[in-house]
Design a protein. Sequence first.
Length: 622
Amino acid sequence: MATPFVYDTLPQGQFFRYLVLEPSTNYNLPLTGRLVTSEIDQAPAFDAISYVWGNPAQVSEISIIGHSNTICLTASLRDTLRRVRLPDRQRNVWADQICINQADLAERSHQVSLMAHIYRRSSMTLIHLGDATDEETSKVASLIADLSAILNSPNATETVLPTDAIAKDERWNTIAAMTKRPWFDRVWVVQEAGLSARPEILYGNLTIPWDEFFGSKGVMKWVQQRGTVIAYSYHLDWHGIHMDKELIWSPPSSSSSSSSSSAQGMATVVTGGPLPWSFLDIMHASRQLQATEPKDHLYGFLGHLAARHAGTGRFIVEPDYTKDVEEVHLEFATNWIEWTQDVDVLSFVQETGRFKSPSWVPSWVAYDSSVLAQLGEAMYRAGGGRVRVPPRFLDGGRKLSVNGMIFDKIRFLSDGFLGGDFYWERQEDLSAGTTVRQKKNDESDKWTSIFKAVLDPAVPFRAQHENESRLAACLSTVTAGLPMNMTNVKLDQAFAAFLAPYLDYIEAKIGREHFKPLEVMAGDMGGKDMPSLADSMEVAIAAPLINRRVVVTETGRYGLVPSTARMDDCVCICFGAKTPFVVRKVQGSNAEYTLVGECYIHGVMDGSQADSSASSEDIVLV
């Protein structure tokens, strides 16, 4: 077994190591370099490397000048260094696997705190996606070149049609394969590309400027905005956390204004254009990414402006790899609430990856469902506008006391909705050249039970306004009250189109009389494209429905709750929060509850329930 490489100790402060990579004209020759210690701001020009470690087995090595033993490398970093090595001169690079003593947890923690500084200071960030054949890179390069002509033409703003030549170009298969490389699924790479002034994508022998591919006038942004038919046909993947680099990482410009979300000073950016991502938006998006070390879902975004206290400059969590992952998440939640005096972070609590306790602490390591407070950010204000009692921490910070009101209980629960309940997620239902919808009996049973509960005159019903029908309230509930972007089509018409394949089955169970309005709507559509409307509606309701259940409460309200909710769970409002919450009474306790998750309750999302009640109570979450 090789003797471990002995690193020199780094001085205190803003010091790091960079690698002086020796040149070679032969790709396969062994790697050689020299490690240099420097203050980050005093270092000569260097390029940062962004890559995927891949298989953790260290199967290669690099010789370090002045040292008798070598540094062991993964195959992925070996190939990356061979790719960026110059033929005729040295190249200064920074790669975490070499430049950080990974065996020293204290050094590793400190260097992670400097990571944002390192990537901002680098001349460019070299994003190595891995090897590709010459044929693959030739197709990618030629398609990008052809698209450049489109992007710079008057036709750039036109929506691509299925009959357009560009929509039938088989070179999109190669682009799709490129975007499925593991790099796009990793947590750390988001910050590495985001903070770089000049990121470049290395794919085989091809080099692509980031902006040319993901920028506001790049290939993928054009596909996202104009070429959705291409995305569907060739299964192109993208993640907003890569597409919206400027909205996530750009500091305030001279035309922007900075504000803080509280007197404590969490920095945010307000612009006149598209809204920037909040830090919680970023954390939620990272749940769909992968990290070998779970704490990196937090540490990997400390380069963001909002990850530091605007007054003290302190990190929301200090990188420390000796701490337990649950301890780090508790520290994040506690500091966020203390700094912002805002309890909307509770909306990000989800079942997948949930900690045993406290129940009010979000885990950021796994994705469960959409966040309603995020979907309805501009609309929801369930907690109202009344003066709030600041949240308080009890029992050494393990319990959270929030001011609000318990106002209802769950009396009916539908079965939970899963991704497979939506036909576009069931590839086995799609045959070549057709989009025939094949509904399953369990889906029909699910909708039947919902309509039986919400349309039964014997079940209490609490309308939002005088003329609201049960059916209209149900429709608003399954869409979480969110507006649907469908031109010249009413929402109830689209819902009628969506339910059409189920109606015969449902009507046979609970009677036709309840569904006359839907039948009339479907009939009124005449020549409209029913399958297309159904598809649009299905996509619209998937975000709020997946991993949630439809409920009817004790007082006759309709709602959407987490799939883990139970009968007799309570529904509460925390004053100032965007959404209500489902909580579960701790057995034997007077005012202690576990947090199940956020919910949508029809008729209270505008704050009317919170503002109209004079009563309040302290709800202790444990």
